[in-house]
Design a protein around this ligand. Structure first.
Ligand code: NAP
Length: 281
């Protein structure tokens, strides 16, 4: 039997409609949610991501500020911009699109964003809050996965969740969120021997690697929920995830497609975090 498709695009559209209403209510009280997005240089993929984020903000009735800086911008200049945005009461969320040019230390930049405005959830204070269960901003992609699970009626409590990937922006926070939700969590990575032996135990399998067809049908437990975070191009240049979708959907119980799965939820969660920042007195 073919898996249920978890439609992240439709869920994101529904959530964005709700966020728009909350944004309007805030704006009526003189506090329109504001997101500032900084992009340095002219990486074409980054430009597309930034444009999508700004457009989503505008559609949800947020104020967005796009700050485009040349590739030669110095680290000191960028940190100065962040200081200004940190002090600006009309700006509730700030994000600096990654990757940054090689001469800029991305960690210094991430740590320069005020934690109260860290809507990407990358600041060490946000990571610490997530780790310890304190209030804070969870990174948008794993937060979006949790919303997909909730919408699908999948409660991670008591389930075995396997996360492939251990990056700071996806794999590790994904594992923490699943752990907080009561799952037993295993994290796999490039040094994990016999990946399939572990993934076959997963009730929830999250692939966040960046390799086309890494997850094959034989690696999936029948009936499992498979979440594909990967964003890759196949040999024909078509957008695809880490999961062999056509084969895995015949084994899994539910599965996110690429495109139209986790990607749209990432932007929706950016809006959610910005709203949360604006709603916090
Ligand atoms: P990353 O920083 O490159 O991390 C990739 C992880 O995969 C690493 O932990 C790496 O292990 C692990 N890995 C590599 N090869 C492996 C293998 N053969 N078996 C098991 N694990 C392996 O990437 P990322 O930023 O987390 O992103 C992961 C993917 O998600 C990418 O395709 C990215 O484009 C996509 N993404 C999508 C969204 C979205 O909105 N849909 C958002 C963010 C990222 P090591 O740590 O040992 O090197």
């Amino acid at each position: 039997m073919s898996a249920k498709i978890l439609d992240g695009a439709a869920l994101a559209a529904r959530l964005r409609g709700q966020y728009r209403l909350r944004a309007e209510a805030l704006a009526a009280r003189g506090r329109r949610p504001g997101l500032a997005v900084i992009i340095v240089g002219d990486n074409p993929a980054s430009r597309v991501y930034v444009r999508n984020k700004v457009r989503a903000c505008e559609e949800a009735g947020f104020a967005s500020r796009l700050i485009e800086l040349p590739a030669a911008t110095t680290q000191a200049d960028l940190l100065g911009r962040l200081d200004e945005l940190n002090a600006d009461p009309a700006v509730h969320g700030i994000l600096t699109q990654l990757p940054l040019p090689a001469h800029i230390d991305a960690n210094r930049v991430i740590e320069a964003i005020a934690p109260a405005k860290d809507v990407d959830g990358f600041h060490v204070a946000s990571a610490g809050a997530l780790m310890t269960g304190l209030p804070g901003f969870a990174p948008c992609t794993p937060a979006g996965v949790m919303e997909i699970l909730k919408d699908a009626g999948i409660d991670p409590a008591g389930l075995h969740a396997v996360v492939i990937g251990r990056s700071n922006i996806v794999g590790k926070p994904m594992a923490m969120l699943l752990l907080q939700a009561g799952a037993t969590v295993t994290i796999c990575h490039s040094r994990t021997p016999d990946l399939g032996a572990i993934t076959r135990q997963a009730d929830i399998l999250v692939a966040a690697v960046g390799r086309v067809k890494l997850v094959t049908a034989t690696m999936v437990k029948p009936g499992a929920c498979v979440i594909d975070v990967g964003m890759n191009r196949d040999a024909a240049g078509k957008l695809c995830g880490d999961v062999d979708f056509a084969a895995v959907r015949e084994v899994a119980g539910s599965i996110t497609p690429v495109p139209g799965g986790v990607g749209p939820m990432t932007i929706a969660m950016l809006l959610a975090n910005t709203l949360k920042a604006a709603e916090t007195p």
